[in-house]
Design a protein around this ligand. Structure first.
Ligand SMILES: NC(=O)c1ccc[n+]([C@@H]2O[C@H](COP(=O)([O-])OP(=O)(O)OC[C@H]3O[C@@H](n4cnc5c(N)ncnc54)[C@H](O)[C@@H]3O)[C@@H](O)[C@H]2O)c1
Length: 321
């Protein structure tokens, strides 16, 4: 079972597991996801979709071997608009998935994030670092939900002996992201496609490390099949400043727009780079797609979308309860 299956990462996970010959139950309430990401899988008899909110009790008949819990708004533009749902899916959604794993004796992997490191005081970030998170800052709803997720997952492992895995995902990009999700990479590509100036927050010296989606999915697959229960960083350690990155996007698109600066958002992390020593040793995993190749694939995907997608406004949500 994969929760958050209609989202960016969830849909790629569905492809991977169906491709490896598993029967997949995909679950999503479509709050930020889109069935378009899954429609190619609907004819497959090994694939089933359940429209369900994982903060409500989850019932699945029959056995389950693995649960991958990926349901959660993931980009600031989403979780700042639906802060309570974000906290609930990290807390109650994770609790329900862990309960299901216990009942079915299934192995469960939960999707944590580099955001548990907050605005890190240690660089690059290793799994031992405890983080620098502001619980009452605007991003706290996401960061603390994921920290609670790690905590309750670890408690289910030690207290109920549930077989658990925790992946700490660093910025990942690729086809099926939403152009308007507010993250730097789709924002830059969207602006370049629409012929608008590219906006960089602050002086653009803050860094990010971008991992192409196929590398991340392979890392998650290997972690699930490993026997390690502690948190594992999966990401690409190739770090770049956002200013330099905006220049790379511009060069790729051949566009002549300007790069302009906007005020830095509150609690925006200044630097981010995974230390992946553990993943290399444990999973014999390392990212193989260069930023140039990944960026080209992603740009091509967005360029081929119907033009109205380039102008689609961010999703409005009905309530933040
Ligand atoms: N993309 C990244 O770079 C990144 C980095 C770190 C962590 N993650 C984690 O990976 C997971 C997936 O992220 P994504 O980028 O694919 O985001 P996404 O928004 O594309 O996908 C999230 C999916 O979860 C679904 N969802 C949200 N709340 C739900 C609920 N209560 N019940 C059922 N479904 C619900 C949404 O409808 C959506 O389809 C998230 O848990 C996120 O925190 C992603």
């Amino acid at each position: 079972m994969i929760t958050g299956a209609a989202g960016f990462l969830g849909s790629h996970l569905c492809d991977k597991f169906v491709g490896e010959g598993y029967k997949v139950i995909a679950m999503d309430n479509l709050i930020t996801g889109d069935l378009k990401n899954l429609e190619h899988l609907f004819p497959n008899p090994d694939f089933e979709f359940y429209h369900h909110d994982v903060t409500k009790y989850i019932h699945i008949s029959g056995p389950l071997d693995y649960i991958l819990h990926f349901a959660s708004p993931a980009s600031p533009i989403d979780y700042l608009k639906i802060p309570i749902q974000t906290l609930k899916v990290g807390a109650m959604g994770t609790h329900n998935c862990l309960g299901l794993a216990k009942e079915k004796r299934a192995r469960i992997l939960v999707a944590s994030t580099s955001e548990v490191y907050g605005d890190p005081l240690v660089h690059p970030q290793t799994e031992e670092y405890w983080g620098n998170v502001n619980p009452v800052g605007p991003r706290g709803v996401y960061d603390e939900a994921k920290r609670y997720m790690e905590s309750i997952t670890t408690a289910y492992h030690s207290f109920h002996k549930v077989d658990t895995r925790i992946v700490r995902i660093f910025n990942t990009y690729g086809p099926r992201m939403r152009l308007n999700d507010g993250r730097a990479l789709p924002a830059f590509i969207g602006q370049a496609l629409r012929g608008e100036d590219i906006t960089v927050f602050g002086d653009g010296s803050q860094t990010r490390s971008f991992c192409f989606v196929s590398d991340l999915i392979e890392g998650i697959y290997r972690l699930l099949l490993s026997n390690y229960t502690g948190p594992v960083n999966i990401g690409n350690p190739n770090e770049i400043s956002l200013k330099r990155f905006a220049e790379e996007v511009l060069a790729l698109t051949g566009n002549k727009v300007k790069i302009v600066s906007l005020p830095l958002p509150v609690d925006d992390p200044k630097q981010r780079r995974p230390d992946i020593t553990l993943a290399k040793k444990l999973l014999n995993w390392t990212p193989i797609i260069s930023r140039k190749e990944g960026l080209e694939k992603t740009y091509h995907y967005f360029k081929e979308l119907p033009q109205e997608e380039w102008y689609r406004q961010p999703k409005e949500f009905l309530s933040g309860k």
